[in-house]
Design a protein around this ligand. Structure first.
Ligand code: NAD
Length: 261
């Protein structure tokens, strides 16, 4: 079955991995709901690009993923406009690098809210429609940090381990309902989220930009190359396809060898 005319909602899709995911599903002919922060001019140009890429239509929701009522309204608006939400990519996410002693409590709360609690609210809101239609694909952006730990990332690692748990339960509760739920676990991917870590590393250790990249990848990612956002998007399109119909509840790393160590 083709994905054309299905509706794909991608949270946090004004940048990075989410934007690549939205573009990949637009190329499949899906209607697209984008979400995330950004200037109106950026949002307008993304909506235009998505339609040029093949989306019959596209809309934007400015829902803040820390707010349950805004998440519910985003799903209601999308269902009103397109009739259904068939594919969901829970992608919005933030990071903050500090030891447990140095991590401000508000940062812990925000990271857990955006990276873990928001996917729960989105999933809860889309499931009734998916269950009625007996078809749905929920793809959660976890991380290699959902499978292994790293120092100075307590909230992030906890949120990403948590979303893999949520993925398994969503999969099991909907195993006979035509709905699959899987998690993608990327290694370092060069987006604004990682650029911040590179800049901090270069400043702290007095490194050139190239040395910062070598030092970051050298610690964790044996291939010594960033994962490409388009490669992650291609995996998401595969997970939404008929070929992946029997895959559910799994956490798939695309990590340049990180978790093989
Ligand atoms: P990014 O910073 O490029 O994009 C994050 C997106 O989330 C943006 O669109 C931003 O506006 C949106 N966002 C942030 N806070 C929000 C909020 N409160 N409400 C709504 N939207 C909000 O990040 P990215 O690197 O593309 O990360 C996307 C996902 O992939 C995240 O869940 C991240 O944890 C995960 N991930 C990233 C990497 C990596 O190396 N970049 C690795 C593993 C997992």
């Amino acid at each position: 079955m083709s994905l054309a005319k299905k509706t794909a909602l991608v949270t946090g899709s004004t940048s990075g991995i989410g934007l690549a995911m939205a573009t990949a599903f637009a190329k499949q002919g899906c209607n697209i709901v984008i979400n995330g922060f950004g200037e109106q001019s950026l949002i307008d140009s993304i909506l235009k690009d998505l339609k040029a890429a093949g989306a019959p239509d596209a809309m934007y929701s400015g829902a803040d993923m820390r707010k349950a009522d805004q998440i519910a309204a985003m799903v209601t608006d999308a269902e009103k406009k397109f009739g259904s939400v068939d594919i969901v990519i829970n992608n919005a996410g933030i990071q903050f690098v500090a030891s447990i002693g140095e991590l401000p409590s508000e940062k812990w709360d925000d990271i857990i809210a955006i990276n873990l609690t928001a996917p729960f609210h989105v999933t809860k809101a889309v499931l009734p429609g998916m269950q009625k239609r007996q078809w749905g694909r929920i793809i959660n952006l976890a991380s290699v940090q959902g499978l292994v730990g790293s120092i100075n990332k307590s909230a992030y690692v906890a949120s990403k381990h948590g979303i893999i748990g949520l993925t398994k339960v969503t999969a099991l509760e909907n195993a006979t309902k035509g709905i699959t739920c899987n998690a993608i676990c990327p290694g370092f991917t060069l987006t604004p989220l990682v650029q911040k870590q590179l800049d901090a590393r270069a400043a702290e250790r007095n490194l050139s930009p190239e040395q910062a990249v070598e030092s970051l990848l050298g610690e964790k990612q044996p291939m010594m190359k960033f994962i490409e956002t388009d490669q992650l998007a291609a995996l998401a399109v595969f997970l939404a396809s008929d070929a992946a119909e029997r895959m559910t509840g799994v956490a798939l790393p695309m990590d340049g060898g990180w978790t093989a160590q």
